[in-house]
Design a protein around this ligand. Sequence first.
Ligand SMILES: [Zn+2]
Length: 434
Amino acid sequence: MLLPLLRRSWSAAALGFVYAGAVSAQLTPRESRIAEAVAAHQADAVALLQELVDINSGTLNAAGQRAVYDVLAPRFEALGFTVEYVVPAVENRGGHLVARRSGTSGPHLLLIGHLDTVFEEDSPFQRWELVNDSVARGPGASDMKGGDVVIWSALAAMEAEGALDGATITVVMTGDEERPGDPVVEARRALVEAGEAADIALGFEGGTRGLGVIARRSSSSWRLEVEARTAHSSGVFNDNVGAGAIYEAARILEDFYSEIRGEENLTFNASTIVGGTEAAWDDVTARGTAFGKTNVVPPVAIVTGDIRTITDDQLQRTREKMRQIVARSLPGTSARITFHDGYPSMPPTDANRDLLAVLSGVSQDLGVGPVAPFDPGRRGAADISFVASVVDAGLDGLGPEGSGSHTVEETVNLRSLERAAQRAALLMTRLVGN
Ligand SMILES: [Zn+2]
């Protein structure tokens, strides 16, 4: 787990400065021109999004991520970025887009997108389709090729008005956000290194009108393996045989449910279970098998599940409670639980709230109302969590609005594509402060 860096001294001052600017209740003439520049290239932004959506880039389709990169890279180069395709040291995954430009004014901003979608080449969902004037359907339309286009669109408008001059900005679009490669430390090395160099992280996952994401829960998994004495079932419960593996698994799950459940922002799902005389579970294929008879006390049971928490401390405390429950063992049984790290949490810090206040000011000045924090209990995990502990502040949900992500009904609201880009362009302009 990464340790939080001390906040750099200039950063609090920078945030304070922009916050003071953000309450000015109207746009400066240059900010108005930036917002107009976004509107002026909206047709181009929609065309770019259609082009990206029509390229299959399922997480396991490395050639697809490269093809998405090949469309985006020249767009960022034209804005003065140096662009690189970074292939991580993991198997069966494509690369990440990493684009950089450096200057001397303001904080170093990290903008986060992803090139992949959950729709692989065998999915029936492959093409862009206009539903009406303001809604399009397609794989990745909002999650998150829409967010990638918002990043480009916002930067293009800033560049047109000289607002990128002097700015230090890194863009990382990972190739495997939906299913990170293994080991995750290699899959996310480029992103974490970019985070370590940056001061503020901005995530462009799908947005919800009037809400910004200042916290995300961690997501990690566990596996419970129970062993027990086996015998003819007529002997179950006696001193020589004991309870059997399935009663012990049930005892553990019941204790998890009644003793650990209930803390705010904490959930732990029991997802799969196999048990019997023989039982096996394969994490890679997510399939299991079991064999047994009703007249045999089962010697084996395997359960898998997840844990979601708002802080690392909550995760560690939950794991410790689970270990204690697992160790209690019914007669004739033994069990062990193992934990597998996934996404870390992004806790709701004061610095994140300050950043949200800047966004809220921008949003009000654009005439689209204030922005409040999103309930982290209702969001899944995302890439920004990997850098939350190494940047001074982070904010996610800056992408367009849509619906049905991860289903064949995924849509994007095209008007929100423009709004999100205007909002992001002015947020970054105020943060850079040049
Ligand atoms: Zn996503």
